[in-house]
Design a binder for this molecule. Structure first.
Ligand code: SAM
Ligand code: SF4
Length: 328
């Protein structure tokens, strides 16, 4: 699948639920209302859509959410997709907050998951509870180490938040080095109404990087995960550190991905509102050929780039839907 700008679309991110057991302040409002279950694609529908994408050339699938591991019977989907590894699918992975990873890590490994991204914005237990509004850091840490023990490579995702974890990023890089984890830093993106003003949270990663260089040697590398992150090798630890900077740098030229929500809406760009509805196509009884045709037609509409800008006057979102809906 080649889009109108010559980019091969080989990466599908699938949100399997909008629900979550945490309420990170930059992601959700405290009183988030979730979708009725009937609106969600069933696990069988998700598998059928993923199979169609794989048929058309998708070789990497990331399961995300909301919190993917709170979806009931989600392991059935991992097992179904895992059985397609080698038959077109090259990599099956997930992004999780880690709270249920200790329970699922062995099954995920058995299903063929080799890498996992775990979100962790701080190593301080009290701050972890504050930023997630309810989480216990022990659970996430247990999950991280269970994944490692199961032979799954762990990458830690941390959102850089002004005045919250600025001082911790350097120690976290050391902690990741100690345990053999890569670290990927993310700028806050203006997605969905939350309870706080996003301009108060925004910390440019260019600043974080120059501060890190005071303590660490960041060596250039052309390592790419097919994502928008720019990676460096941390000479002192041998691990990688990545920076995802949607707000300060246009990351769209090499974009190879599209995103499917848990209701079957395909977004061709995280930062745009154009979308294609696959739930009605599936529920109207589309044949495989019709499904493939609808996917091709959607890819032909993939836009050149996103329009993220934080509105400096009111700090409101540039895109109304939450990251937990599109799948981060
Ligand atoms: N619940 C899982 C987790 O937290 O890893 C998966 C879904 S979460 C939406 C995926 C990623 O998006 C997380 O790393 C989270 O920190 C990030 N995220 C959520 N809202 C964001 C925002 N407004 N700007 C930047 N990153 C955001
Ligand atoms: Fe839940 Fe992930 Fe959003 Fe945090 S970032 S509220 S863990 S979906």
């Amino acid at each position: 699948m080649i889009d109108p700008f010559g980019r091969a679309i080989t990466y599908l991110r699938v949100s399997v639920t909008d629900r979550c057991d945490l309420r990170c302040t930059y992601c959700m409002a405290d009183d988030m209302r979730f979708l009725p279950k009937a609106e969600l694609l069933t696990l069988e529908e998700l598998d059928r859509l993923c199979a169609a994408f794989i048929r058309l050339g998708t070789d990497k699938i990331r399961i995300t959410g909301g919190e993917p591991l709170v979806r009931r019977n989600v392991m059935q989907l991992f097992q179904a997709l895992g059985s397609r590894i080698g038959g077109g699918l090259r990599e099956l992975t997930l992004t999780t907050n880690g709270t249920r990873l200790a329970e699922f890590a062995p099954d995920l490994a058995a299903a063929g998951v080799r890498r996992v991204n775990v979100s962790l914005d701080t190593l301080d237990p009290a701050k972890f509870t504050a930023i997630t509004r309810r989480g216990k850091i022990e659970k996430t840490l247990d999950g991280i180490f269970a994944a490692k023990a199961a032979g799954i490579a762990v990458k830690i995702n941390a959102v850089a938040l002004k005045g919250f974890n600025e001082e911790e990023i350097s120690p976290m890089l050391g902690w990741c080095g100690e345990h053999g984890f890569d670290l990927c830093l993310i700028e806050t993106m203006p997605m969905g109404e939350i309870d706080e003003d996003r301009t108060d949270q925004y910390l440019p990663l260019s600043l974080v990087r120059s501060r890190l260089r005071k303590s660490w040697t960041l060596e250039d590398t052309d390592y790419k995960t097919g994502g928008p992150a720019r990676y460096y090798i941390v000479a002192e630890t041998g691990q990688r550190v990545g920076f995802i900077t949607p707000m300060t740098h246009n990351f769209c030229e090499s974009c190879n991905r599209v995103r499917l929500t848990c209701t079957g809406t395909l977004y061709m760009c995280l930062g745009q509102n154009d979308a294609a509805d696959f739930r009605s196509i599936l529920r109207d009884g589309a044949s495989d050929d019709e499904l493939d045709g609808a996917i091709r037609a959607a890819i032909a509409r993939k836009p050149k780039g996103h329009d993220f800008i934080i509105d400096r006057t009111h700090g409101g979102p540039a895109v109304a839907r939450h990251m937990s809906v599109t799948g981060g």
